[in-house]
Every structure is written in structure tokens, then in C-alpha cells.
Design a protein around this ligand. Structure first.
Ligand SMILES: [Zn+2]
Length: 360
């Protein structure tokens, strides 16, 4: 009977997502007794309407099963109980975030996302990580951009193969003092991988639990662009201490940034702020600032979203080239305006997430 119910639940999707509620880990329990079914549903969202819609669909579909006389759905969401800010190393098993569990030995998890591709999200994630390392923190990067894992290329470690221990723990690749894991290490380059929901969920789980991250002050997660399955999988599994949204000055990118910020908010991730990348061009000849687009958009988007504007990162041709060839600007151009911007961003992240002690 339980299997039958689970099969039915697998046909129900969370509105707006391509995955079913079972593979998202939203179904926390199924109990059957004399035809009476009780289902525990926990959905990490503040979107109460969507959650109620799921609940109704569960009730309808399960009660139409043969042999079911009554269905009770216990629904918990983020709206009913604000999450207590979990302390580092403390498991939150007994809270409504039942599925969420801190990574042992990792104090802080920060996600970097964007509404769309091509805004330099990975550049920001990589250089933020390097800036934090430069300040003395122990840092890791989890490249969760399953559709375009660029972290290895940008850090110059393409083709690296992480070692696996006898008890199947993955040892992250270390570069520039940073621990790195990426799906790029495990798939052939340019070989398209079709990431179906359950596979994404399993991969994220492995990257969180089977990689030897500890001890780590901060783990930066490079999310795929958009607001999809990876994002939701991540927040179902681990408390995320902050989200950074990367955008560019273009109008469309800003609209998407709003969506990305809203997604973080809905799933209970505190938005650290919006950062404007490729904000202006630094002239390679004289170092002057050249604006390519009208400004103030990101600032306004941040205001609209009631979140922080984290400033602007210039576009530097030599740095962009360096990024493609595995020479991140924070390591290779320490005096550049870009590096300065990333070091400032690192300070803001430490201050706003409040899960690691500032070093100075
Ligand atoms: Zn010039």
C-alpha cells in the first residue's frame, strides 16, 4: 500500500518545478492503518499557496486509490514557523527543517546564483572564494552548476580527478588553498548529461555528504542559472546561510535577478544582496572607467527586493582572458579594481552571514 501511495505521489509536482515531490524529499512520512492514510509533507517554501495546492492534490489523488478510506496530510512550510537560525555544528533534526542537516565541520554555506546565464556568476563565486581564502578563512567551492560546470576551467584544474578513499569519501581537489568539487571532474567534457530530477538530488546529496570538506569556515555553492531543481534540492538538504544574486546592468538580467532573489526568499535563504557584475569597462590603455550600460538598475532592483546592493564589479579584458585560461583575477591580478571589489564583497559576506568570526 505504501509503495502504491508513493507511486501516486511521484506524479505530483511542486508548482513551477519539473520535479515530483517525492524526489524533492518533501514527503517525510507515510503511515497506513486500516485504510486510513497519514502523510507528512514538509515543503521548504514560504509560498503558502503553492504548498496548499500540493496538499490538495495529494489528498485528491491518494483518496482515489482503492482501499483508502481517509487521508490526512500534515503540511509544514516555512510560513508556519520561522526557522531558528541554526548554530554551526548543531543538527536541526527536530525542527520543521527535518531534512536539513548541517555539513559536519562546515560552519557556513553561501550560495551564488543568478537569474540567467552569461552574467559571470561562476567568476564571482570563484573570486569570492579566493578573496575569502586570502583573508585567512578555510574555503571550499561546490560547483553545483550541473548544466555548465565552469569552476575547474576557471581555476585551471580542468581534468583533475578527485581521489576516493576506501570508505567511498571523495577528497576534493585543492587549488589556491581552496577545496573544490565539481561535476566537471566526473563527466567527459562537452558530453551532454541529461539531469533528471532524482539524479540532481542524489548528486547534491553526495556533494554535501560524501566529500571531505571539513574543517571549513565557508562553503561557496555555485548554483546553475535560474530558479530550478538544484536550488530546491540544496535547501531541502542543508541550511543555507546566505544567497548572493549576480546580475549585469542590462534590463533583462535585472528582471531575472529579481526572480532569483525572490526564489532565495521563498525557500528561506536570507538574501545577502545583489551584486552587479561587468558593470563598467576598465580601459586597457589608460585604466579609465567606461560605462557600457545605463546604471543604477541593480541598485534599484535591490531596493525593490528590500535587499542589499553589494556594489559593482568592473569588466577587465585581461582578467576575463585570465578567467578563461584558469587564472582568476584575485590570484593573478591582486592589484586590479576587480580584486579590490571581491575583497570588499568577502567582508560583506562574513558580516552578513554571521556564522564565522571576522579575521583581521
Ligand atoms: Zn583609455
Amino acid at each position: 500500500m505504501e509503495d502504491k501511495i508513493r507511486e501516486v505521489l511521484k506524479t505530483i509536482q511542486f508548482p513551477g518545478y519539473s520535479r515530483d515531490i517525492v524526489s524533492f524529499g518533501m514527503v517525510k512520512g507515510i503511515r497506513v492503518r486500516d485504510g486510513e492514510v497519514e502523510i507528512d509533507l514538509h515543503i521548504n517554501t514560504k509560498n503558502q499557496e503553492a504548498a496548499e495546492q500540493v496538499k490538495r492534490e495529494v489528498e485528491e489523488k491518494v483518496s482515489s486509490l482503492e482501499g483508502v478510506s481517509r487521508v490526512k496530510v500534515n503540511l509544514t512550510t516555512l510560513s508556519q514557523k520561522e526557522p531558528p537560525k541554526p548554530k554551526a555544528h548543531v543538527s536541526t533534526k527536530s525542527s520543521p527543517f527535518a531534512g536539513q542537516q548541517r555539513i559536519e565541520g562546515v560552519k557556513c554555506v553561501v550560495a551564488v546564483g543568478s537569474g540567467k546565464g552569461g552574467v559571470g556568476k561562476t567568476t564571482v563565486a570563484v573570486n569570492l572564494a579566493l578573496a575569502l581564502a586570502k583573508k585567512g578563512y578555510s574555503v571550499g567551492i561546490m560547483d553545483a552548476d550541473v548544466y555548465g560546470p565552469n569552476v575547474p576551467t576557471m581555476m585551471g584544474i580542468e581534468g583533475a580527478v578527485p581521489r576516493v578513499t576506501e570508505d567511498n569519501k571523495i577528497i576534493p581537489v585543492e587549488v589556491g588553498g581552496i577545496k573544490v568539487i565539481s561535476i566537471g571532474f566526473f563527466v567527459e567534457k562537452d558530453q551532454p548529461v541529461i539531469w533528471r530530477g532524482p539524479l540532481v538530488s542524489k548528486l547534491i546529496e553526495q556533494f554535501l555528504r560524501d566529500v571531505m570538506w571539513a574543517p571549513l569556515d565557508i562553503l561557496i555553492v555555485d548554483l546553475p542559472p535560474g530558479t530550478g531543481d538544484v536550488q530546491l534540492s540544496l535547501v531541502q538538504k542543508v541550511p543555507v546561510d546566505g544567497g548572493i544574486v549576480v546580475t549585469t546592468p542590462q534590463e533583462l538580467a535585472l528582471q531575472d535577478a529579481r526572480k532569483a532573489a525572490k526564489m532565495f526568499e521563498e525557500v528561506g535563504v536570507p538574501v545577502i544582496g545583489i551584486i552587479e557584475n561587468m558593470s563598467y569597462l576598465v580601459c586597457p590603455h589608460c585604466g579609465a572607467r567606461i560605462d557600457l550600460f545605463p546604471h543604477a538598475g541593480a541598485k534599484k532592483a535591490a531596493q525593490d527586493m528590500n535587499t542589499k546592493y553589494l556594489g559593482e564589479i568592473p569588466f577587465e579584458p585581461r582578467a576575463a582572458e585570465g578567467s578563461d585560461s584558469g587564472k582568476p583575477v584575485v590570484l593573478y591580478y591582486p592589484d586590479s579594481p576587480q580584486t579590490k571589489a571581491f575583497l570588499e564583497l568577502a567582508d560583506v559576506v562574513v558580516r552578513e552571514t554571521n556564522c564565522i568570526e571576522p579575521v583581521q
